[in-house]
Design a protein around this ligand. Structure first.
Ligand code: NAP
Length: 258
């Protein structure tokens, strides 16, 4: 097998995707293509030799055409745990193109003793829970793209923490804090106290980088409205980039042996 003659497509959008890109790019037999939706202003830099493309494929059929015309041999879906559509598109396209696919999905957070979580199924439900709670000062840690439903929360003062600023007009009355994790528990406690927060809204993203807010809420006895993850397609799922790399080695080796 010549070096770099196995082409793999990695669907990015998560921390794990960036870590996996570094691992896969170091593999001499793999040519790595990475695809981003193009939502974030600043993307993590990719290692030399990685082919980067940005933007949607045009649904599962478009992705299937992309897989076939670029002779992709394996598809690694490392989109974010809250990516609702792309994992299903990836599953359908890989099946139609006849190539193996895996999802990289970090485990969700689970409540611990002392946690006061209310589970909801969507951001819209989270906004309804905020309004019903009677909370006075609410910290929103759900990113910037789904803030609109909280415009209906007329009573509470809203503080939204996001990496990039939300679009003008989406939730103008919220106080915006721009920050990127990882966050430390002590800093999160200080943030909650400084803003007199009495309710935290979070998506169950999982992972260590943004988990500290949950420990801070636990320490201060604060309730958390926790948005559950969207459904995932059937098929292989691995929790870490290292596991994805092992999966990739296995399927590429198996296709050589056939
Ligand atoms: P989504 O509902 O799963 O995807 C919507 C559409 O965006 C897809 O149908 C696809 O368009 C395009 N797309 C998504 N991921 C792509 C990728 N890696 N490469 C090329 N096109 C992609 O996802 P979303 O919630 O809109 O999120 C968009 C991106 O932001 C994803 O990559 C996701 O991993 C990342 N992200 C999402 C969240 C979140 O909370 N939702 C948080 C952090 C990061 P076509 O159908 O045209 O191919």
């Amino acid at each position: 097998m010549a070096p770099g003659d196995r082409t793999v497509l990695l669907l990015g959008g998560s921390t794990e995707a960036t870590q996996l890109a570094r691992l896969a790019a170091a593999s001499p037999e793999v040519t790595l293509n990475v695809s981003f939706a193009g939502r974030t202003a600043a993307r993590a830099p990719m290692p030399d030799g990685v082919v980067v493309r940005v933007g949607g494929f045009g649904g599962p059929d478009g992705l299937q055409r992309h897989l076939e015309s670029n002779a992709i041999e394996a598809l690694v879906d490392a989109t974010h745990p809250f990516s609702a559509r792309m994992p299903f598109n990836a599953a359908a396209a890989a099946l139609a193109a006849g190539i193996p696919r895996v999802r990289v999905l970090r485990p969700p957070w689970t409540p611990q003793a002392g946690d006061r979580w209310t589970a909801v199924l969507s951001v819209t439900e989270a906004a309804a829970a905020v309004e019903a709670s009677g909370a006075r000062n609410v910290l929103l840690t759900i990113g910037r793209q789904e803030l609109a439903p909280f415009a209906a929360c007329g009573r509470a003062r809203l503080v939204a923490r996001c990496i990039d600023p939300p679009e003008a007009g989406v939730l103008d009355r919220a106080e915006i804090i721009l920050a990127r994790g990882p966050f430390a528990v002590e800093d999160e406690v200080e943030l909650l106290r400084r803003h007199d927060i009495d309710l935290v809204v979070s998506k169950n993203a999982g992972g260590a980088a943004t988990e500290a807010k949950l420990a801070a809420a636990r320490r201060l006895g604060l309730p958390v409205v926790m948005v559950q993850r969207p459904p995932v397609p059937a098929g292989p799922t691995v929790p870490t980039p290292a596991d994805a790399m092992a999966w990739l080695d296995g399927v590429l080796l198996a296709s050589v042996d056939r």
